[in-house]
Write a protein that binds this ligand. Structure first.
Ligand code: FAD
Ligand code: NAD
Length: 445
């Protein structure tokens, strides 16, 4: 009998799973239910669409439901799965256009319901001009608001990844931006002295950074936002972007008996299997194994969602694939600054109870006689006794993607001394003869 695969959620993890399953099992029935109006897009492109770098929203959409139909993958947008019955192998689906409700049978189920933008109980969250950014609909709403209302003053709540990318996007649209962050540093996934390097870049671009400010809510008139209320007073704002983190959208699966891990994401093994037979999970709804600590972690990134989705799809289709885990490798651009990290920071390593040493250097990212060369800050974190490399952070105005060399070393389980031996590429426009990563590893010696 023909097996039927149902995928819940149609973005990075979901469409990777469906596409891989189609390649592995040519005859399998594959159905995707997606509650929003779009599938197969790169949310990572939204700040660049809103900022005007990417001209059309269609540019961030990889494939449409019609294109998936040509590959014999049935995609239903505006269809929300409201319940999973693991005993009956069925889902309850709500057609959001017609209001109709029906049940559908599955032999294999892949849950990729993703992450949800955190919505703290701020007063006035529903005022016009207050946004979170997660879906195509959110990106379009922000872009249309900017085009029609031409806000002059904007507030970004949260100096994390989305907050900093959106600060730059709003500036590009002529908005004067203030960023409010409750912690004493931007990008809390970095060590504080590394994160502090970003503050000057924001100031240079006329972005006001207000650290240790707690937002209480929003106020306005005639339904439109006008002020942000904080524990230190209030600030004028015609547009507000709330970017205070992401939580796994795991309730649907949990209510069906799928086990969650300590992070709140769905617990999965290295085959993306959940505790329920025939049910797989992948992407922002799931945990991933941290290759440095050997424990599950929650780092909601598109790169992981694509890889986990592919593994889930292959295994759901009867194949055999394994996800190797993550080092939490990430990179972000803040105006002309590039910030990258992989593995553990010093503060996380210490929190893990590890005895650590660090090596932090500043060296030119190109040969010193190339006029455009810029300083590159490289910090390496390694275990004091074993000298095992634990992580790295890199900040520079060019070349921070060197973090990928460190990520490879972390996957290989190298010591900081092994890193010193790597034959890294050199020509004056790309690096110094001693690459900054090698300089940092030498200093560790
Ligand atoms: P999601 O993208 O959250 O998709 C899940 C889908 O499931 C959603 O469309 C949702 O509507 C649907 N769904 C949920 N519940 C149901 C239900 N009950 N029934 C039907 N459908 C349902 N990552 C990077 O690695 N690099 C970046 O530069 C980067 N930039 C980003 C910028 C922004 C603005 C944002 C928002 C994210 C960024 N990310 C980045 C993170 C990346 O986009 C996510 O990790 C990725 O989208 C996760 O994919 P996913 O398929 O697991 O989940
Ligand atoms: P985040 O976790 O990166 O940052 C949230 C920030 O909001 C933190 O600095 C936090 O301290 C702050 N915050 C929380 N509550 C607050 C409050 N009440 N008032 C003020 N500040 C508050 O989350 P995000 O920026 O929403 O991004 C979500 C996820 O999307 C990221 O974790 C990341 O995984 C992914 N992402 C990645 C990239 C990239 O890789 N370049 C870009 C965008 C998004």
């Amino acid at each position: 009998m023909t097996e039927r695969l149902i995928v819940i959620g149609g973005v990075a993890a979901g469409m990777s799973a469906a596409s891989k399953a189609r390649r592995v099992a040519k005859g399998m029935e594959i159905v995707v239910y997606e509650k929003s109006g779009y599938v197969s897009y790169g949310s990572c492109g939204f700040p660049y669409f809103i900022g005007g770098v990417v001209p059309k929203i269609e540019d961030v959409i990889v494939r449409t439901p019609e294109q998936f139909a040509q590959k014999n993958i049935e995609v239903h947008v505006h269809h929300e799965v409201t319940a999973i019955d693991v005993a009956a192998h069925s889902v309850t689906v709500h057609n959001l256009d017609t209001g109709a409700q029906f049940n559908d049978h599955w032999d294999k189920l892949v849950v990729t319901t993703g992450g949800m933008a955190t919505r703290p109980p701020f007063s006035g969250f529903d005022l016009d001009g207050v946004f979170t950014l997660r879906t195509v609909e959110d990106a379009l709403a922000i872009q249309r608001f900017i085009e029609s209302k031409k806000p002059a003053r904007g507030i970004v709540v949260g100096a994390g990844y989305i907050g900093l990318e959106m600060a730059e996007a709003l500036c590009a649209r002529g908005v004067h931006v203030s960023v409010l962050e409750m912690l004493p540093q931007v990008l809390p996934t970095l060590d504080p002295e590394i994160a502090a390097l970003i503050n000057d870049e924001l100031a240079e671009h006329d972005v006001d950074l207000l650290l240790e400010q707690k937002v209480l809510g929003f106020a306005g008139a005639a339904g439109r936002v006008q002020r942000v209320l904080t524990d230190a007073g209030e600030l004028p704002a015609e547009i507000v972007i709330v970017a205070v983190g992401v939580r796994p959208a795991a309730r649907l699966a949990a209510e069906a008996g799928v086990a969650l891990g300590t992070t709140g994401g769905i617990a999965v093994d290295d085959h993306q299997r959940t505790n329920v037979p025939d049910v797989f999970a992948a992407g922002d709804v799931a945990e991933a194994m941290n290759i440095v600590t050997g424990r599950p972690t929650y780092v909601p990134l598109g790169t992981t969602a694509n890889k986990q989705g592919r593994v889930a799809g292959e295994n759901a289709a009867g194949g055999e694939a394994r996800f190797a885990g993550i080092a939490g490798t990430a990179i972000v651009k803040v105006f002309s600054l590039q910030i990258a990290q992989s593995g553990l920071t010093e503060k996380v390593a210490r929190r893990e109870g590890l005895a650590v040493k660090t090596s932090a250097i500043t060296a030119p990212n190109q040969a010193h006689y190339i006029p455009a060369h810029r300083p590159m800050r490289v910090k390496l974190v390694y275990e004091a006794d074993s000298r095992r490399l634990l992580g790295s952070q890199i900040v520079s105005k060019g070349g921070a993607l060197r973090i990928d060399a460190i990520a490879s070393a972390l996957h290989a389980g190298w010591t900081v001394d092994k890193l010193r031996e790597v034959d890294m590429a050199y020509a004056p426009p790309f690096a110094s003869v001693w690459d900054p990563v090698l300089v940092a590893a030498n200093v560790a010696k």
